[in-house]
Design a protein around this ligand. Structure first.
Ligand code: PHE
Length: 338
């Protein structure tokens, strides 16, 4: 046995590996050359019989050859695998995979439509975080701890640092007023969260759009004008609306805005609970305590704010009777809107 014999084993193995056509064959080859009683093991066993000066070289060479055979085997295994994938991919007799095309979600469509209307009268879009602190969601909005109004905004609390999932988009008002000098005219759409049980008209996650204007000599008439411009453009010229006195801790005076039921035209039906009116948003003049909190001088600047529930408006617009349909990801439902 000499070095050339070892090299011949390699040449022989190399040829067999390159011709192997599946993994079973490769396993056999591996066993034949590298197995415990394989060809390489036999060669190594004979090394002690060689003259002493040839042993180190023969030992070294055998190890190199073993490594080379091993790597040829794994290369070929990989080659066969990708080869198989390729033949599968180009099987042109298979029917094509049908891909369903997505579209804009009805909630996104309604948000975009509403934003466009307000952008037309000078509002700018801003965003706020969904994870908020007690300060922005409540305290700065004139709802201190223990205030009964907290009950109206049932809230998901997070385990750390007074953090929570915002239960309204109103905290964005505070963030903006603290950051940017008035005059302000902003609109902020986004998700809000409340621990309500899921039913046809409640969801633990829904969307709101917050509006805020702060300027000199701003008054309730401006609020009414902006909101009626929105209602006429979104629901139609002929839809009547009314402002009904209400209470929000962060606005004074406050109002809820109703539109004449677009299902029955105001006659009374099950959608409007026989009242002929549908509530669509809450609004009011920014409370002096809120202005004080953010450091805006109330003798110079006044503001108005409003908040709309998107799902409710989308349901009215499209005649959808169950809020859960928005979130079930049923393509048959979703495809109808885009
Ligand atoms: N944040 C109020 C709500 O979620 C809505 C609102 C916004 C009311 C702004 C007045 C002013 O019910």
């Amino acid at each position: 046995m000499n070095i050339t014999d070892i090299q011949n084993i390699f040449t022989e193995a190399e040829e067999k590996i390159s011709q192997a056509s599946d993994s079973n064959e490769l396993d056999e080859i591996k066993h034949f050359y590298l197995g415990r009683k394989g060809k390489m093991a036999q060669v190594i066993k004979q090394i002690p019989e060689l003259p002493e000066e040839k042993r180190p070289l023969a030992g070294k060479e055998s190890n190199i050859i073993k490594g080379k055979i091993q790597s040829l085997l794994s290369d070929r295994t990989q080659q066969l695998k990708t080869g198989q994938e390729k033949t599968q991919k180009i099987d042109t007799s298979l029917p094509a995979v049908k891909r369903t095309l997505g579209g804009r979600h009805p909630i996104t469509i309604v948000i975009d439509d509403i934003c466009k209307i307000f952008e037309h009268i000078g509002f700018t879009l801003v965003e706020g975080p969904e994870i908020e602190t007690d300060y922005y969601n409540f305290k700065a909005l004139n709802i201190p701890e223990g205030h009964p109004a907290r009950d109206n905004f049932a809230t998901f609390y997070l385990p750390k640092d007074n953090m929570l999932l915002r239960s309204q988009t109103s905290p964005v008002q505070i963030r903006i007023m603290k950051d940017v000098e008035p005059p302000l005219r902003i609109l902020s759409p986004g998700k809000v969260f409340r621990p309500d049980n899921l039913d046809a008209s409640h969801s633990f996650m829904f969307h709101q759009i917050e509006g805020l204007v702060v300027d000199k000599k701003t008054n309730f008439t401006h609020l009414k004008a902006s909101l009626s411009y929105f209602v006429k453009n979104f629901f139609g010229r002929d839809v009547t609306m009314r402002f009904r006195p209400h209470y929000f801790p962060f606005t004074e005076p406050s109002a809820e805005v109703d539109i004449a039921c677009i299902i029955c035209g105001g006659e009374g039906c099950s959608v409007c609970s026989r009242t002929g009116w549908l509530e669509i948003l809450g609004a009011g003049m920014v409370h002096p305590n809120v202005l004080k909190e953010v450091g805006i001088e109330e003798s110079i600047f006044q503001g108005y704010a409003f908040g709309l529930g998107i799902e409710r408006i989308a349901m009215l617009k499209y005649g959808i009777t169950d809020i859960r349909m928005f979130f079930n990801n049923d393509m048959r439902f979703l495809k109808q809107f885009s």
